[in-house]
Design a protein around this ligand. Structure first.
Ligand code: NAP
Length: 353
């Protein structure tokens, strides 16, 4: 099978490195164009990127030259984007306007009414929003933008979706303990985070309080009608390398037993599993019975970092039920999520012109 050529914008960062590793060995995609900021343009990848993954930098990719981050330069139609939000707001529409399909990690356009905020197991039909982008400035030449959620939203939405479908949701309280890799590289200063917890992550609570309702929302003739439940989020940065842990309490609309909740999680699956997409986990939500799991170091890499891991389901005296979840922030929360989006788009014809 001929592979689809793809580009990576923001290829040198924490998420960009994950993209590089996943794409260079992918059965359907071939990274042919790498770009980062002007600081990196013209350098070899191994000179420009501070490689921070345990897996070695693939030899073939290490000697690729970083290209300028300009739309006219990229020969591939499909572009994975891992840019800082501020620059993504400017560059992603510019690449789409030049006819590229941009599969983005950034928060810049996630809440735009014509942009799918996609989790393929939950809302694959939201890709139909791409048709609305043809009326926008950036969509006139066949380009488009598809986003994946914030890294904490990703795991949370996958835990909530089976419960929302089976019992309805009314209220959710979530406290996150987020890894330092979520802040990019070099990220949080070591003096700020070693032996410490920082009870603030700029902009994060707002994203977690709004994105799940769009993801679980219903696609209607004039766009996505947000799902009707409320979220209150409190976000903390903790000295963990990878993996966001979240304590969740929630109120359901209809009563459910512990066994019914566990069954809803256990049986949850979607189009990626039906289509057997390469990046799809066999078990989307995995429940861990041990009293002290999930834990970031021990559990984040289960199922290639693509499952939401849940434990400690128990009654909550205030809202009804509470539990702990773990999600890998740079895999299901970033590069793995975007890759799964691209695989679904390829299988359902959205990557064809
Ligand atoms: P990062 O490590 O700081 O990487 C940022 C990337 O953007 C680098 O490749 C950088 O290139 C490039 N860049 C910066 N300014 C640029 C410019 N003016 N023009 C072109 N490229 C520019 O950040 P990250 O953690 O990978 O995050 C990337 C995006 O993904 C952000 O929007 C973030 O919010 C989102 N995200 C991150 C995570 C996570 O867990 N880390 C999870 C979900 C979503 P240089 O190396 O040349 O500076």
């Amino acid at each position: 099978m001929k592979k689809i050529p793809v580009g990576i914008l923001g290829a040198t960062g924490v998420v960009g490195q994950r993209f590089l590793l996943q794409l260079h060995a992918h059965p359907w995609f071939e990274p042919v164009w790498l770009a980062a900021s002007d600081r990196s343009t013209g350098k070899l990848y191994r000179e420009a990127a501070a490689w921070r993954l345990v897996e070695p930098l693939p030899e073939r990719m290490s000697t690729q030259e970083l290209r300028p981050p300009r739309p006219g330069d990229c020969p591939a139609r499909v572009i994975f984007s891992a840019l800082d939000a501020a620059i993504a707001a400017e560059l992603e529409p510019a690449f789409a306007a030049a006819g590229h399909m941009v599969i983005s990690n950034s928060s810049a356009l996630r809440m735009h009414p014509a942009v799918p905020l996609l989790i393929p197991e939950i809302n694959p039909e939201h890709l139909e929003l791409l048709a609305r982008q043809k009326q926008l400035e950036w969509g006139r030449r066949g380009g488009g933008i598809v986003t994946n959620p914030n890294c904490s939203t990703a795991g949370l939405a996958l835990a909530l979706a089976p419960l929302e479908r089976a019992f309805g949701l009314r209220k959710v309280m979530v406290t996150t303990m987020q890894a330092v890799s979520g802040a990019g590289y070099p990220g949080v200063a070591s003096l700020d985070i070693l032996g410490n917890v920082v009870p603030y992550i700029g902009g994060e609570e707002d994203k977690i309080e709004r994105e799940p309702q769009k993801i679980l929302g219903r696609l209607e003739a004039d766009g996505v009608a947000a799902a009707d439940f409320q979220i209150s989020a409190a976000c903390n940065r903790v000295p963990v390398e990878d993996g966001h842990l979240e304590s969740v309490s929630l109120e359901l609309r209809r009563p459910a037993s512990r066994d019914e909740i566990l069954a809803a999680w256990q049986s949850f699956h979607g189009r990626p599993q039906e289509l057997r997409l390469p990046a799809a986990p066999a078990q989307v939500v995995e429940y861990l019975e041990a009293a002290d799991r999930p834990q970031p170091r021990l559990d984040r890499d289960r199922n290639a970092g693509m499952s939401t891991l849940i434990g400690r389901l128990r009654p909550c005296p205030v809202l009804g039920w509470k539990f702990t979840l773990l999600s890998h922030n740079t895999l299901r929360g970033a590069a793995g999520a975007a890759l799964l989006n691209a695989e679904l788009m390829r299988e359902t014809g959205y990557l064809e012109r």
